[in-house]
Design a protein around this ligand. Structure first.
Ligand code: HEM
Length: 373
C-alpha cells in the first residue's frame, strides 16, 4: 500500500514536472538565444509575480547577457516570449505585420471589470476596431480645441491654488510633482526640465506675448521647444518601458543579425522600449538630457521606430495629441509663473521604479521647491 502511494505521488510529481516544462525547449529548438534559469511553471517571471521587480527591469536582465543579439527568448510562466530590440523588428511587429500581432498582452477579467472590457488597450478583433474608432472621434482637431478650453480652466484653478499656497507660506512651497494634479508625464517632464527651465520660460513668454497671454491651441502649437523637452523626457522615461503583443497569426521574424524564427500564435512579443530609447547606436550620449535631439534640424537624424513613447502603428496611443497638449499646457503654466528647484527629498538619478507596475513609475516622490517669479 505504501509503495503504491509512493509510486502515485512520484508519478504525479514527474507528470507535473513534464507538463510544466514541456515548452522550455521552444527557443533552443529555434536557435534563438534564451535567458538562463528557467523555473518549472514560473519560467523567468517569478520575480514579477512576487512583485520584486518591474517588467522593464526583468526584460532588461533577460537581454543583458546578449548585448549584440536582436531577439532574446524567455518564458512567461510556461508561455514562450520574445524580446525584440531593433527598429526593423519593431516596425514588423507594430506596423507592417500588425495583423499577426494585433493583441496586447495585458488583459482583464470581463466578469470582474465590465467597465474596461471594451477599452481599446485591452480588447482586440472587431471589439477593438469599433472601440478605437469611437474613441478616435473624441480626439479630432475640433474636439481638441474644445477640450483645450477645459484644460485652460484647470490651469487657472491650478494657478489660483498655487498662488494661495504661496501667499500662506512666505512665497515658497515644497511640492510633490505626482500629486500636483498632473499626469505622470507632466511630473517627469517638469522634473527633467529643471535644467532647461530658462529656455522654456523664454519661449513661453515670447509666444504668450503674441497671444494675449492665452494658452490657446495655436499658442501651444508654437511652443516647439517645450515639445522637445517633453520628447526628451519621454525618451529617458517612457511611460510603457516594455510593450507586450501576442502573436495572433503565424509569422516569420527575421532580423539584421541573421536570426530568424517562425513565431506561432500565442507567443508573446515584448518591445524593449526603455533599452531602444537609451541605445547609443541610435542615441549618441544616451544618458545626457538633450532636448535639441528633437530640434527641427536634428530630428531627421532620429532613426524610425527608435522613439516609441506612444507606441506605433494601428495601436498607437489614440490620445497622443491630447496628452501632448495637456502636458504642454501644464508645463507652460508652471514655467510662466514660477521657478522650480529640486528638493533634497528627491533622490538623485538613476530613479528606481515601482515593482509590479507595468508603467514606469518612480518609487520615490519627486519633490521640488516652487517660488513665484
Ligand atoms: C502622456 C501621456 C500618455 C502616454 C505617454 C501614452 C502612451 C501610450 C502607449 C505607449 C500606448 C500603447 C501603444 C501600443 O500598445 O502600441 C497607449 C495606448 C493607448 N492610450 Fe495612451 N498615453 C498617454 C495618454 C493617454 C490618455 C490621456 C488617454 C485617454 C484619454 C490614452 C488612451 C490610450 C488608449 C485608448 C490606448 C490604446 C490604443 C489601442 O490599443 O488601440 N492615452 N498610450
Amino acid at each position: 500500500m505504501v509503495i503504491l502511494l509512493f509510486t502515485f505521488v512520484l508519478g504525479s510529481i514527474v507528470a507535473a514536472y513534464i507538463y510544466l516544462t514541456k515548452n522550455y525547449n521552444y527557443w533552443r529548438d529555434r536557435n534563438i538565444p534564451c535567458a538562463k534559469g528557467t523555473l518549472p511553471g514560473f519560467g523567468h517571471t517569478l520575480p514579477l509575480l512576487v512583485m520584486r521587480t518591474t517588467l522593464g527591469d526583468l526584460v532588461q536582465r533577460i537581454c543583458d547577457p546578449y548585448p549584440d543579439r536582436s531577439m532574446v527568448g524567455f518564458y512567461h510562466q510556461t508561455t514562450p516570449a520574445l524580446v525584440i530590440r531593433e527598429p526593423e523588428l519593431v516596425k514588423t511587429v507594430l506596423q507592417t505585420n500588425f495583423a499577426s500581432f494585433s493583441r496586447n498582452t495585458w488583459k482583464i477579467d470581463s466578469q470582474l471589470d465590465r467597465l474596461n472590457v471594451a477599452h481599446p488597450f485591452l480588447c482586440y478583433g472587431d471589439t477593438w476596431l469599433i472601440s478605437r474608432k469611437h474613441m478616435g472621434l473624441a480626439f479630432t482637431t475640433r474636439s481638441l480645441k474644445i477640450f483645450l478650453n477645459r484644460i485652460q480652466q484647470v490651469c487657472i484653478n491650478l494657478e489660483n491654488y498655487l498662488n494661495d499656497k504661496l501667499k500662506a507660506n512666505n512665497n515658497t512651497i515644497e511640492l510633490e510633482l505626482n500629486s500636483l494634479a498632473c499626469r505622470y508625464t507632466t511630473s517627469v517632464a517638469a522634473y527633467t526640465s529643471l535644467s532647461v527651465e530658462n529656455k522654456i520660460r523664454e519661449e513661453v513668454r515670447t509666444v504668450l506675448a503674441k497671444y494675449d497671454g492665452q494658452l490657446s491651441y495655436y499658442a501651444l502649437k508654437e511652443m516647439t521647444y517645450i515639445d522637445q523637452v517633453i520628447n526628451e523626457s519621454q525618451r529617458l522615461y517612457p511611460i510603457l518601458p516594455c510593450m507586450g503583443k501576442i502573436c495572433t497569426e503565424e509569422f516569420e521574424l527575421k532580423s539584421s543579425d541573421g536570426l530568424s524564427c517562425r513565431i506561432h500564435p500565442g507567443t508573446e512579443i515584448f518591445v524593449n522600449v526603455y533599452e531602444i530609447h537609451r541605445n547609443p547606436k541610435y542615441w549618441p550620449n544616451p544618458e545626457v538630457f538633450d532636448p535639441d535631439r528633437f530640434s527641427s534640424e536634428r530630428r531627421t537624424e532620429i532613426q524610425k521606430y527608435t522613439f516609441l513613447p506612444f507606441g506605433e502603428g494601428p495601436r498607437i496611443c489614440v490620445a497622443m495629441r491630447m496628452a501632448m497638449l495637456q502636458t504642454k499646457a501644464y508645463l507652460a503654466l508652471i514655467m510662466k509663473n514660477y521657478t522650480l528647484e529640486l528638493s533634497s527629498k528627491t533622490p538623485k538619478e538613476p530613479l528606481k521604479f515601482m515593482p509590479g507596475s507595468f508603467l514606469l513609475k518612480s518609487v520615490s516622490d519627486l519633490w521640488v521647491h516652487l517660488k513665484p517669479l
